[in-house]
Design a protein around this ligand. Structure first.
Ligand SMILES: [Zn+2]
Length: 475
C-alpha cells in the first residue's frame, strides 16, 4: 500500500510506463494472413533474384570503393522497381580503407609462399616489404601473457582453429584474435601480426575481416593465413629453428568517405509513423561477391516486404528495409542509423536483421517487454511449421547492425540461421552465389514475412523505449 501512491504518480508522469503495462495482442485474422504469407514465401524467388542481381551486376562491395556507390545506385533502383512507397538515403561517414596488393612468404628456414590476406584497417608494410622472425602463440591469452622482450621487432602469430557448429560459436574466438590481436601485439613491440583465418574450411583461401587499433596504439601490418598455410607455418615453427617471414602488404586508410544507408518503406495504413525494421548490410569484403555476407540479408528482407506489399491492404504500421553501409569495418551504418533515430526509438516497434547467411533458420529469440511475450509466442506458433523453435530465455538483439539500434532501446527479435556452413566461406573469395541454397533462402523469407507482418499489425508495442534493453549485450 505504501508504495502505491508514488507508483501511480510515476505512471501518470510517464506515458511510456503506462503503455508498458498493457499486453500486446495479435488478432486471429492476422495470424491467418501471416500463415498465408509463410506459404507464399516458400514459392517466391524475389530474394534469390535480388541476391543474384546484386552479386552479379555489382559484385564485391568494399565500403568506400567505387562499387560502394554502384551498389547504392543499384539498390535504390531495385527498391523503387519493387514498389516500395518511399526510398531514401541517410549519410554515413567513415575512414576509407583500401587494398591494393598482398604477398607473404616464409624466407627461412624452408622458403615458400604463404596464402594470406590483409585485415581491414591494416597499414601497409614499408616499400620492399617487412621481414622478421615469427613468434607463435596458440591463443590470444598466450599473446596477452607474453613478455614484450620476446616480441620486440618480431611478427606475432596467433593460431586457434575454429570448428563448425550450428550457432557458429567459435567465431567469437576467431574474431577476437583478428580484432584485438594486432593491437595487443603492437603494444608489446611487435612489427607485424599474422593469424590463422577465422574460418572453418580447409581451402587455401584466407579470411579477411576488420582489425582495430585504438588511438595511441601504433597500427602494424596484419594479415590472415589460410588454414592450410597456418598449419604449414605451425609445422615450420615446431621444427625449432628461427622462422623468418616476409610480408608485403600495400593497403591502408586513405582519408574519409561518406556513403549511405539506403532505406525503403511500405507506408503503414493506420500508424505510418511506427515501423518494423529489417535488413542487412550492403557492403561486403572485396575478395568474394558478398553473397552470403550479406546480399542474402537484404534479399530476405526485400522478399518478405514484397509479399506483404502484395496484400490487398498495407498493414497498420510501416515496414522498413535498411541496406546498411559499412558493417564490415565496424558497424558504421548501424551506429549512424541508431544515432539518427534514437530520439524516435519508441516508433521502431521491433527489428530483426539477417547477417549470418541464408541457411535454414532453426531458432527464434527476442528481447521484448514482458507484456509482449505472449504475442511473441503466438508468432512462434506461426513459425513452427518452418521448423523454427522458440527459446524464450535468450535475448534477441535483432542482428549485427540492429544491435546498435537495440542498444538505444529498440525491441529486437533474432531469427537464428544454421551457421554450420557459413564460416567456411565468410570473408573469403568463396563467398559467392553458388553457396546460397534457394530452398533454404525461401524458408528465411517465410520467417521474416511472418514476423514483419505480425509486428506491423500487433495491437500494442514490444517495449521499444530509450534505454529499455540497456543490459542486453550486442551479438
Ligand atoms: Zn556480415
Amino acid at each position: 500500500m505504501r508504495r502505491s501512491l508514488p507508483l501511480a504518480l510515476l505512471l501518470l508522469a510517464s506515458p511510456l510506463a503506462l503503455a508498458a503495462g498493457k499486453p500486446t495482442t495479435l488478432a486471429p485474422a492476422d495470424l491467418a494472413t501471416a500463415a498465408q504469407l509463410r506459404e507464399q514465401a516458400l514459392r517466391d524467388d524475389t530474394a534469390w533474384d535480388f541476391t543474384a542481381g546484386l552479386t552479379t551486376e555489382v559484385g564485391a562491395r568494399l565500403a568506400g570503393s567505387e562499387n560502394d556507390l554502384k551498389a547504392r545506385e543499384w539498390v535504390i533502383a531495385k527498391f523503387k522497381a519493387l514498389g516500395f512507397d518511399k526510398v531514401w538515403s541517410e549519410p554515413v561517414t567513415y575512414p576509407k580503407w583500401v587494398r591494393r596488393s598482398e604477398h607473404g612468404a616464409i624466407v627461412a628456414p624452408f622458403p615458400q609462399p604463404l596464402a594470406l590476406t590483409a585485415l581491414g584497417n591494416s597499414p601497409g608494410t614499408p616499400a620492399g616489404g617487412l621481414a622478421a622472425e615469427v613468434v607463435g602463440f596458440a591463443t590470444l591469452d598466450a599473446l596477452k601473457a607474453a613478455d614484450p622482450a620476446t616480441l620486440r621487432g618480431k611478427i606475432a602469430y596467433v593460431g586457434p582453429r575454429m570448428h563448425p557448429s550450428q550457432d557458429g560459436h567459435d567465431y567469437g574466438i576467431g574474431s577476437s584474435v583478428r580484432v584485438r590481436g594486432p593491437a595487443i601485439a603492437s603494444q608489446k613491440g611487435a612489427v607485424g601480426f599474422l593469424l590463422r583465418s577465422a574460418g572453418t574450411d580447409d581451402d587455401r583461401l584466407p579470411h579477411t575481416g576488420v582489425t582495430h587499433f585504438d588511438p595511441g596504439v601504433t597500427p602494424i601490418p596484419a594479415a590472415a593465413l589460410s588454414n592450410p598455410d597456418a598449419d604449414q607455418l605451425e609445422r615450420v615453427l615446431k621444427a625449432g629453428q628461427p622462422v623468418t617471414v616476409r610480408l608485403a602488404l600495400d593497403c591502408g586508410i586513405e582519408g574519409e568517405y561518406t556513403g549511405a544507408n539506403v532505406i525503403a518503406e511500405l507506408k503503414g495504413s493506420r500508424k505510418p509513423d511506427e515501423y518494423f525494421v529489417m535488413g542487412g548490410h550492403l557492403d561486403s569484403w572485396d575478395l568474394g561477391t558478398g553473397a552470403v555476407d550479406d546480399a542474402t540479408g537484404i534479399g530476405i528482407a526485400v522478399g518478405a516486404a514484397r509479399l506483404i506489399a502484395q496484400l490487398p491492404q498495407r498493414p497498420a504500421r510501416s515496414i522498413r528495409v535498411v541496406a546498411f553501409a559499412n558493417e564490415e569495418s565496424g558497424l558504421y551504418g548501424g551506429k549512424a542509423y541508431a544515432a539518427a533515430h534514437a530520439k524516435e526509438i519508441g516508433k521502431a516497434v521491433l527489428g530483426s536483421e539477417s547477417d549470418l547467411g541464408a541457411d535454414r533458420i532453426y531458432q527464434m529469440t527476442a528481447s521484448v517487454k514482458p507484456e509482449a511475450r505472449d504475442a511473441v509466442a503466438q508468432i512462434a506458433e506461426v513459425l513452427k511449421p518452418l521448423g523454427i523453435a522458440y527459446d524464450a530465455s535468450a535475448p534477441g538483439q535483432g542482428g549485427s547492425d540492429l544491435s546498435a539500434v537495440h542498444a538505444v532501446g529498440m525491441a529486437g527479435l533474432s531469427l537464428h540461421q544454421d551457421a554450420t556452413r557459413y564460416f567456411a566461406w565468410h570473408h573469403t573469395a568463396n563467398d559467392t552465389l553458388d553457396k546460397v541454397d534457394p530452398e533454404q533462402l525461401r524458408q528465411n523469407v517465410a520467417a521474416y514475412a511472418v514476423v514483419a507482418y505480425l509486428a506491423a499489425q500487433a495491437k500494442g508495442d514490444f517495449g521499444s523505449a530509450p534505454g529499455a534493453f540497456a543490459k542486453d549485450k550486442g551479438e
